[in-house]
Design a protein around this ligand. Structure first.
Ligand code: PLP
Length: 480
């Protein structure tokens, strides 16, 4: 039974805090001893946790000990250099420190007044990041949790721009509203569909535009779809172009799409959740060339800028529309400085918000622009090298171009039907992931089961990529 009715005594926190920091250091130093993908069965971890909460308090030492005993083999280690699945978001040590500080402040940045430093650091970090990715000053920005949330706010703004009084009257039961349509490519992320669902536009509110052989949206098909919709009384309102699609990292032709958006007065949102950070690299400036015409852009530092989950940056040239869509100020949230300051709660659905900008402050200052650029550039070079290894082997096949750091490929030893090759690759991926050495993910491209390898971890070195390649080849050839 704890004998005080306040918080943990400071000395106990100091002791446990040092212990936890030591644990984190050892964990990260020795991370390669774990399998990157947890090998446990569903329900295993749950069954280790008592069904009832403790009636009286326990020593924190026992909780810390249980991290190893109860949790660790149920962790899929995103920070493991063998983790090459999805977009392999990793956390850096400066980012981990910032998370600790954020919990200590427990600042809630709903209003400027509820922590002036919160709102102002966020503004300053948005300003830094905007310059880092080469966006002009007329882009305003805000930090949300994820790209899904950022894109949902983009779609909400696009809808608000139509002046259809949806904020006041809603959409259901109105026969004065046209059917609204948003366009994105067949390769766009499912978060766009979810944003549309959330906003009551429905899945039919989205038209998926076909892609070319490089998985890029075909602008002519976009324009054709818009024209057809207009002819059928449907109102086009938004186009989402992706810079770095999830499956192959293809880049939609933003310049041409932007011209079409201008002609039909449509909101252009760019989903650059993964690849947006590469705009920091001088020789990659081409990816941001056409951005300046976009109404909004999302970039996730938590995907490829070594930022612990979560941190997504949403930029827009039209913050007043976002505010018009969401601002609602009850009496208890009014302050004397409302006319002088920006209250972040006015720009989205959430009231309370975490102090995420601390992570940018620590990470950008610690690594500097040069340090970040060099790391991301190295990942792109390693991916090109891996792609060349694939291209050099007769029994492997690359299935998409590699503009960034993700390689799509399959094993194809020949003399098999497409169905058999798919089954072979499914089994290859299963065996690779069961090896406990690396973790890869998959997608399907033109009906082909495709293995994806992503490089982007702060802990990735050439030896990890080489090791992965040797393992993939050995397992693949043992399947014959
Ligand atoms: N957009 C793209 C292109 C993605 O690849 C992803 C996730 O991988 C998302 C959006 C969604 O990201 P989040 O998990 O931050 O919502």
């Amino acid at each position: 039974m704890k004998n005080n009715l306040t918080d943990m005594p400071a000395e106990e926190f100091r002791k446990s805090g040092y212990k936890l920091v030591d644990w984190i250091i050892n964990y990260l130093n020795e991370i390669e001893k774990y399998p990157p993908l947890s090998q446990i069965k569903p329900g295993d971890i749950f069954s280790r946790i008592p069904k009832q909460p403790p009636q009286t308090g326990e020593e924190i030492e026992r909780v810390l000990a249980d991290v190893d005993k109860v949790l660790i083999d149920g962790i899929t280690h995103w920070n493991h250099p063998g983790f090459m699945a999805y977009f392999n978001s990793t956390s850096s040590m400066p980012g981990i420190l910032a998370e600790l500080l954020s919990a200590a402040f427990n600042a809630n940045g709903m209003l400027w007044k509820t922590s002036p430093a919160f709102t102002e650091l966020e503004k300053a970090m948005i300003n830094w990041f905007r310059q880092m990715v080469g966006l002009p000053e007329n882009y305003w920005g805000i930090i949300y949790d994820t790209a899904s949330t950022s894109s949902m706010h983009a779609i909400a703004s696009a809808r608000e721009q139509l002046n259809l009084e949806i904020r006041e009257k809603g959409m259901a039961g109105r026969n004065d509203l046209p059917k609204l349509r948003l366009y994105c490519s067949e390769q766009a992320h499912s978060s766009i569909d979810k944003g549309s669902l959330t906003l009551g536009l429905g899945l039919e509110g989205i038209k998926k535009i076909p892609v070319n052989e490089k998985f890029e949206m075909i602008p002519e098909k976009l324009e054709q779809a818009i024209k057809e919709d207009i002819a059928n009384g449907i109102k086009p309102f938004c186009v989402v172009a992706t810079v770095g699609t999830t499956s192959t990292t293809s880049v939609d032709p933003v310049k041409q799409i932007s011209e079409i958006c201008k002609s039909y007065n449509l909101w252009l949102h760019i989903d650059a959740a993964y690849a947006g950070v590469t705009a920091m690299i001088p020789e990659m400036k081409w990816i941001s060339d056409a951005w300046n015409d976009a109404d909004s852009i999302v970039i996730n530092p938590h995907k490829w800028m070594f930022t612990p989950m979560d941190l997504s940056i949403y930029f827009t040239r039209k913050p007043e529309i976002l505010k018009r869509a969401f601002s609602l100020v009850p009496e208890y949230l009014k302050t004397q400085v409302d006319d002088e300051v920006e209250n972040l709660m006015d720009y989205g659905i959430q009231l309370g918000r975490r102090f995420r900008s601390l992570k940018l402050w620590f990470i950008i200052r610690y690594f500097g622009i040069d340090g970040l650029v060099e790391r991301i550039r190295k990942h792109i070079q390693l991916a090109k090298e891996f792609a060349n290894w694939i291209d050099d082997e007769k029994d492997f096949e690359r299935l998409a171009p590699v503009p960034f750091s993700t390689v799509c490929f399959r094993y194809n030893p020949g003399n098999r039907t497409e169905h058999e090759i798919n089954k072979l690759n499914e089994s290859l991926l299963e065996k690779i992931n069961a090896s406990g050495k690396i973790f890869l993910s998959h997608t399907k491209l033109n009906g082909k089961f495709t293995i994806r390898l992503t490089i982007g971890s702060i802990r990735h070195e050439r030896r990890h990529i080489d090791g992965a390649w040797q393992l993939i080849k050995t397992i693949a050839r043992s399947l014959n």
